[in-house]
Design a binder for this molecule. Sequence first.
Ligand SMILES: *Cc1c(COP(=O)(O)O)cnc(C)c1O
Length: 404
Amino acid sequence: MIDPASIEKFEQIATPFYYYDMELLGHTVDILASLSRKYDIDVHYAVKANVEKRILERISSSGLGADCVSGNEVLRALECGFPAGKTVFAGVGKSDREIYDAMTAGIEAFNCESLHEIYVINAMARAYGMRARVAVRINPNIDAHTHKYVTTGLFENKFGIAGHEFDALADLLGRCDSIDFTGLHFHIGSQITEVGDVFALEARRTGEIVSYFEDKGLKVDNVDFGGGLGVDYEDPDGNSVARFELWMKTVSDNFPRRPGQKLHLEPGRSVVAQCGSLISRVLFVKRGETKNFLILDAGMNDLIRPALYGAYHKIENLSSHFRRSFSEMQAYDVVGPVCESSDVWGQGRLLPMSVRGDLIAIRSAGAYGQVMASRYNLRDFAPAVFSDDLGNAPRYEDYFSRLP
Ligand SMILES: *Cc1c(COP(=O)(O)O)cnc(C)c1O
């Protein structure tokens, strides 16, 4: 819940902006860190979900590692307090520059996604007289039962190395002289809600694949199950912390861990989604032929998930909390200002009767929100505003004195 004291302060702040509840973030991260110790599973936060420095610093301070998918993310993670020894680097297309920088920094591991990449990293390590630690991302052909754009573990997806190349992979690893093979990596998709079923299947399939490589004479010291734990977009207040314990227990119960073997998870969305909200104002209310439109000053360039995936975000009228009299509920199509018909926050949403200037929160926007923003329509980027630093947010009056 966004507390009323903060909402009162929002009145002074220029919209749209990303609001981050640092208390909820801290609470979430502390729970995760303590479960990581309880189940003896290393956790790497998937940096791509949110790269705000204050957020990264809070996460690194709890001792979690970082999972990066670009060279700049590796550099940002290091800058924000994640040790190189707890930073891994995945992604299907790492450039030479990115590989060189990460190798020089001495990261925990490259999660390699093709034989060609392993070959190139080995050659670069040899050329520069360095050694690189390499884990191999496997495509286990598991359906994560999630949106097709966030499914990554099926043979039709570009990620990981699939079964028909396993023999060639074992052979190649045997011939590489400048890399150290550290283990296997998986990541089958995002916003996975069938936690018990999907992750149990992944853990069992992983067990079989680990055995296969052990039979080939490779020692698999590390097994990384990736991220993908879903969050509750419908009820962000009822389920403000994701089901981390069920996730870890499912993996532990279904994977036959070898003595000395280290297990890893890489949550992104589930760490940061619920602490963020996109805060906007109603610009206009328009009566259409068959429906009412609520036109906000936040658009798809600020948060693209609804337009890109048809994603649902809960929408709240924050100003209505302060109205004395009961306001009637109305169905609205809530839309943004961008010149695209897909710039829609939600259709037929029931909200208290809303007026120009009302503050509207688009909830669960902490993950894959600000990081995917663009300047389409030459709109400004919505800045980050932190709950413990509301006084420093850009003021509404800084832009113009209030209009009627
Ligand atoms: C994106 C990503 C994650 C995080 O996924 P979430 O669904 O946000 O938890 C983890 N590992 C890899 C390799 C990724 O690309």
